[in-house]
Design a protein around this ligand. Sequence first.
Ligand code: HEC
Length: 165
Amino acid sequence: MKNIIAGLSTIIVIGLMAYTANTGGAYHGGEHGKVIKDFGDTISNSTVAVKPKEKSDRDKENDALNALRDKAGNAGAFKVSQAYKSKCASCHGVNGSGMQNGKKLMGAKLFGQSADKVYNSLIEFKSGRRENVVMKGLLISLSKDDLKVFADEIGEFPARAEALK
Ligand code: HEC
């Protein structure tokens, strides 16, 4: 009985192998090019295929506009410290404008705030008196002295911008 079952399974397996070999390379495994082509055919035949979205004319215009704005923004840009650039600029803008490419960033506009005001905000975030998960998390690793340095620099932004004019 055991022998009969073993024999039958062998025949079935061999049969399956022959069948898959017949249906073409892709299903037989191995033939890379064919597999990839088959995938391609399947995707392009399928109605749910996700084609890369073409940029509309409006998108292109916006890109061009943003590139111009970038240029204009950078032309009038004053220098900021590496520390500000790497720790604050991503959310508050390179020059503290709170904007990038004409879009509002996550952080508030800092440009124009006095060093004292910025310092107080930072201390309040750090102590948790003013709640903001993002700012609190960020300030954990910074000392009060660090905060003072950032605050003093931000307080200087308007003067730096003025100096460029
Ligand atoms: C991951 C994003 C992010 C980064 C990085 C970040 N901030 Fe903020 N910041 C925020 C958010 C969000 C707020 C809350 C905005 C609000 O209060 O409306 C905020 C608020 C502030 C405020 C209060 C502004 C106001 O007008 O009340 C100050 C000052 C500030 N950040 C300074 C900094 C400084 C200095 C750094 C760099 C050391 C920094 N931030 C880095 C997201 C960020």
